[in-house]
Design a protein around this ligand. Structure first.
Ligand code: MF3
Ligand code: CO
Length: 251
């Protein structure tokens, strides 16, 4: 069942999204060689508490941390750890913020110091893929139009789109219907409707799209050990088009 959100509910989720965006803006300044993902996780948890919010991922299906921190070949759901990030790494920080019961979800891939041209291209293409997916999220379009916009662009750039993890509806719980694959066929799937709120969160790989699961039962990494990046926003569908609830550029 798809829960359509009222304007009021979208407004509340947007407040959560604004706070989440403010956290990412801080992380742009904090993430550099020598910092650990453990410290980043502590920073995020403290920042949210200070602003009257909580990290929704902590305790979700027994997940233990405020953030997911996925380094280099880790695709998603990496655990924060006490190991310093190194110059040239890329790291994706993903979090769900709960502000007064309203949720927002956003992941961002960061460069650690100077990175290679190849890594920078991966980040650029993945971010552009997210924005192309958002641009395709018009009321009346179909879910396949989103996946198609992302997949055709990414594959045209010689990179690949992860299939095992997809975007999702979000509201008072992290994962709701509908499913939003980052691959697909134009004109296929459910029609997008005003009041839908969901994430678009393409994970893009330099090598093969396939992933394998670590022994911890959470962390997915690329099957060939090559790099993976991810950018994610929570968006709301309105009659005038999509609104990004986790936008970092909003004044
Ligand atoms: N933020 C993640 C997503 O985009 C949710 C992960 S749930 C967790 O779907 F418990 F693993 F954190
Ligand atoms: Co997320």
């Amino acid at each position: 069942m798809i829960v359509l959100k009222s304007a009021r509910e979208i407004e509340n989720m947007k407040e959560a999204g604004k706070l989440l965006a403010a956290v990412h803006k801080q992380l742009h300044k904090i993430i550099k060689p020598g910092v650990t993902t453990w410290e980043i996780d502590e920073f995020v948890e403290n920042y949210l508490k200070k602003h009257g919010a909580t990290p929704e991922q902590k305790g979700y299906r027994n997940y233990q941390y405020a953030t997911c921190a996925s380094v280099n070949d880790e695709v998603c759901h990496g655990f924060p750890r006490k190991e310093a990030l190194k110059e040239g790494d890329i790291v994706t920080i993903d979090m769900v913020v709960n502000l007064n019961g309203a949720l927002a979800d956003s992941a961002w891939s960061y460069a650690v110091g100077n990175i290679s041209e190849r890594s920078q291209k991966l980040l650029d293409v993945t971010k552009e893929a997210l924005y192309r997916g958002i641009a395709a999220s018009l009321p009346g379009n179909r879910i396949g139009d989103i996946g198609h916009a992302i997949q055709s662009y990414v594959e045209g750039e010689g990179l690949s789109v992860v299939r095992e993890f997809i975007g999702h509806g979000i509201g008072s719980v992290i994962h709701e219907k509908p499913d939003i694959p980052h691959f697909g066929l134009p004109g296929k799937g459910l029609r997008l409707k005003e009041g839908m709120v969901f994430t678009i969160e393409p994970m893009v790989n330099i090598g093969e799209w396939k992933t394998k699961m670590d022994n911890n039962g959470w962390t997915a990494r690329t099957i060939d050990g090559k790099l993976s990046a991810q950018f994610e926003h929570t968006i709301a569908i309105t009659k005038d088009g999509p609104i990004i609830l986790t936008d970092q550029n909003e004044k």
